[in-house]
Write a protein of this length. Structure first.
Length: 231
């Protein structure tokens, strides 16, 4: 190697290294942009919410300020309220109602208020968790972190929880209006479209599978009855 060749070759390698490094970053940024776009591609612009108030002492006509707040804020944000229901603090009532409204075709998300404390009749988390195909642990964690800024260590008594049932996100908030404001304003409204879009991607397939299963079960039962009648 002559002294004259060395600088040119070193300079060429230097530029090649920079070009390769720059191309790598451009390619990485390109893929990252696509991933971010695809990740939000299914976000729902508007959702239909079912509001379930869990209380043995309130009524929908008067006293349900938390349920009214949830419904009102969702509507103000351009969403729809599919249904509002009030159920007593009873395990079976809470579980049955949440399961039923989550499976409604006109419901994209369920928000409950009440029954998440530590008194003997606070049974909402126990009633709803068996319905979850997936648990959204981050919701309760974030709610308690934000709540700590307002009520301090008392937040340890909150058992706000969330999960996915029948392809529908279900969020269980405390009964107090302040807690509902925190959960809805700071967490649900910013994220509900994204979660509904992701969770609902399989709802049509799940619904079709369920219909096929029911049809097959009906056919089987019909054949069984026919066999029984001919014997």
């Amino acid at each position: 190697m002559s002294d004259g060749d060395s600088p040119d070759r070193d300079e060429q390698n230097h530029h090649t290294g920079h070009d390769s490094h720059r191309d790598h970053h451009d390619d990485q940024d390109h893929h990252t942009g696509h991933d971010d776009h695809d990740h939000h591609n299914h976000d729902a612009e508007t959702v239909s919410v079912a509001v379930v108030t869990v209380s043995s002492s309130r009524s929908l006509d008067s006293g349900d300020t938390s349920g009214e707040y949830i419904a009102g804020v969702f509507e103000e944000a351009g969403h729809e309220v599919a249904v509002r229901e009030l159920v007593p603090d009873e395990y079976d009532s809470v579980q049955g109602t949440v399961d039923r409204v989550a499976r409604r075709k006109d419901t994209d998300v369920v928000v409950t208020t009440g029954g998440t404390g530590v008194t003997p009749d606070d049974v909402t988390p126990e009633a709803v968790r068996p319905l979850f195909a997936k648990t959204l642990s981050g919701f309760g964690e974030l709610f308690r972190r934000l709540s700590y800024e307002e009520v301090g260590t008392r937040t340890i008594g909150s058992r706000a929880t969330a999960g996915i049932t029948a392809g529908t996100p279900v969020f269980c908030l405390p009964g107090s209006e302040n807690a509902v404001r925190l959960g809805v304003d700071e967490i649900l409204l910013p994220e509900v479209g994204h979660l509904v879009g992701l969770a609902g991607r399989g709802r049509e397939d799940d619904s079709g599978d369920a219909d096929e299963a029911k049809e097959a079960e009906g056919t089987e039962n019909s054949e069984t009855r026919t066999d029984s009648e001919t014997r």
